[in-house]
Design a protein around this ligand. Sequence first.
Ligand code: IFM
Length: 473
Amino acid sequence: MTSTATPADRPGTGPAPVSFPELAADFRWGVATSSYQIEGAVAEDGRTPSIWDTFCRVPGAVVNGENGDIACDHYHRYTEDVDLIAGLGVDTYRFSLAWPRIQPGGRGPANAAGVAFYDRLVDTLLDRGITPWVTLYHWDLPQELEDAGGWPVRDTAYRFADYAELAYDALGDRVVHWTTLNEPWCSAMLGYDMGLHAPGRKNFGDAMHAVHHLLLGHGLAAQRLRARATGPLELGITLNMGHSVPASDSEEDRAAQRRADALGTRVYMDPLVHGRYPADLLEDLAARGVELPVEDGDLEVISTPLDVVGVNYYSSHQFAGTDENGATTDKDGLPVVRGVPFGRPVTAMDWEIVPEGLTSLLLRLHEDYGVPMVITENGAAFDDTAQDDGTVHDADRTAYLVEHIGAVAKARAAGADIRGYFAWSLFDNFEWAYGYDKRFGIVRVDYDTQRRTVKDSGQWYADSIRLTREASS
Ligand code: IFM
């Protein structure tokens, strides 16, 4: 059972801090960010453009035509930012490396000036007692590699493995925790099928080829890191997943849920853990004239053992296999897979708030795959109102955290092997196609002054971590 306490010095600031005894022992507490969303300094110290620098220049691609040129200016303010992270009392900071900073153009040797930034960041974190958790790829593919075909071509997987090795050689003496990819579903489907993210292409077959090459890149990188490691190494991949259910017990709705689950979860988890793609997915793809470009040995590479799976959770979904008029196929003759709202309150992203879906998802992953897990992202965008002094009374975001961390605690109590929770995000930041319009931070960023202010939710998070730790001591 969780317990709450209201310190006398925080009257009326929203939900009281919570102690989560299920999460007290052997549990990591962190905050997460990614390179393009916070760093800025896109043309400094030898960094070359990524697909996001290019995509942001496409008229209409990003709200208000915004971009990550400055973002949170973290590249220049990382010392102050690490102080802030330390002040929250978290033990882990998850961040990503910008590939075009470490290896401009995506080929060739490491760029010493780019590497030096992450050297400084890692050293500053370690000085402050914070564990760095590095993600190698959070969507900033060097533009030159996209020009050569991007993730739909096999060579990009080899390029990624080379880059991973360069990064590991530079930082592996101090960084133990490595995540290869963040949310390959987004890279492949939003980037190459729906055209909503960089590079903005729209071809389902290309997107499925991207899925395979992202997984292959992950596996090749995992092998390289394992081969290079002389000290402790904890290796993983991060996937965005939700818990999906059929909208009814009808055959069509069950088929729609199966298809959504195959493309959202099993196409990644099955090859990573079981070394095979789901048979039903391969049949569905064949019916659409798509074949995954699997070569001999690929699945062995992809299923290189993992130490941890990162779970990014925001919402859950129910699916119907009919459209609003009852038709089971769409205009292209494809089976309908329609998301049907549960009717829950939504965040500023219009994402339904479904905390119990997180418990169900974690228990399902535990049962089907038996892997250790860390929640590498969870959080919510809300339309914050800042007071004159920059403070934000974001009781809605705090309530979201209370419920979702509670959902993690429940899954852990029921036996799932969950080893940590990282709030998304440390800062308000560049939310991809939404620009700066959506604020996910537990710390507010005033983009005019770059002033950072811990929101009530950030204070709640810090207080709850402290209370939870006290419960275990
Ligand atoms: O901001 C993103 C992050 O980059 C990846 N996961 C989802 C977050 C919210 O959309």
